[in-house]
Design a protein around this ligand. Sequence first.
Ligand code: IMP
Length: 475
Amino acid sequence: MHRAPLPYGRGSATELSRDRQGAAYSGAALQSVGFGHPSAMSNVIVLGAQWGDEGKGKIVDLFSDRFDFVARYQGGHNAGHTVQVGERKFVLKLIPSGVMHPHVRVVIGNGVVVDPQALLDEIEMVEKMGVDVQKQVAVSNRCHIIFPFHRLIEKVSESRADRVAIGTTSRGIGPCYEDKIGRRGIRMADLLDPQIFDTLYGYLADDKRILANAFHKGDALNLEEARDQYHHMAEKIRPLVCDTAKLLNDAIAAGKRVMFEGAQGTMLDVDHGTYPFVTSSSAAAGGACTGTGVAPTKIHGIIGVSKAYITRVGGGPFPSEDVGPDGHHIREAGHEYGSVTGRPRRCGWFDAPLLRYTAMVNGFDTLIVTKLDVLDDLEKLKVCTGYRLNGQPVEAMPATNALLAQVQPVYETLPGWCVPTAGTTRWDDLPARARDYLAFLEEKTGVEIGCVSTGPERMETIVRQGSKLERLLEL
Ligand code: IMP
């Protein structure tokens, strides 16, 4: 495949990077510490290193150019990936962000839950932008289907007076995954077979009727009407549906490259996140294999994406949250409002222990730091470098929210750079204090920073020369 140069800036050859222990090394030294060159067919996972909204949309869109396939492996239309191309800004919820590159085939893997109406709306949107959907979009025959009753049940459970609300996106994601794990869910292949669908839908509808009646919501169900609509929508989606595990594995066997795209972030992973304030799927790197049917041995690199600070939407503990003027400043400067729900995001300081934890469960090879420019005007920057509990350092991420809510963040304060970095495309053009800040994050997390984003545009990106990221993506 012909690949044109990508539109972004470069770091200098002499700049420092860090190895996993935080020691400084030059690009050449990377070879000698055993990182080695990836094969010419590197498949990589790109995923969020925090609580979601790390800016993966732009990153996946930008680097998709180096891949033949981009595959989503979990979540549903709860995720919102904002992509800006020139003046045009759009939010993709289900369709992977690589779709704007005509040579890239995008895959909605079996681990994703699909609301057919949301998918059709999004297809209509990208078609209007010139995307050849039939050629580019493939949907797994094993995806589970979201129904209106999933949303209703979620609403009921979120509004119970005696329970703590998770603060979900109200898209019915959790109840759909519940049915999947409960082995009563309906998959895309079932939806496409009218007889099988009617039978399975009948069983599921019976259960939901009982549940809704117990909460005095039976009248709101409209089960028959929904069934007919789903028959209708199935016919529109049918041409896009296939066995995407086979599609991806055949492509890999033929030397094609795949980028796996995580939605949400690691701290929202149902196993490794701040349970129960999590989403209901495996957002961490392991989910890429179960959510697409591609084996771990076929994946060569794992790229984490983190903001230069941190945000979270919904409930749950947040050790480095700043509810004062600095947090407010970050929210406004970073436009930190949900791209799907519009909710204001909670904002705070970069949390190194959290990043060390997500680096551990994902095995990050490299980190992409986004939204550096949002910190431009702050005179002092705090970084959480550790947690303490009852005066003692906390070595492992607490398993309960009660404990995580009690930890005391330990902060180090760095001087801000107070000059604009927005739009900077060369490492050497960053102010020295911004470079020091990034070096400090590398040291405290033990992960190299291979790329920095300084604005929403594709061009507003710096890739560091000699980094593992550069070699994984064959830039
Ligand atoms: P659900 O995924 O709608 O079930 O919501 C569960 C939790 O995940 C809530 O705290 C949501 O705010 C959060 N969440 C879900 N999707 C995203 C996302 O794309 N970005 C940030 N938070 C999300």
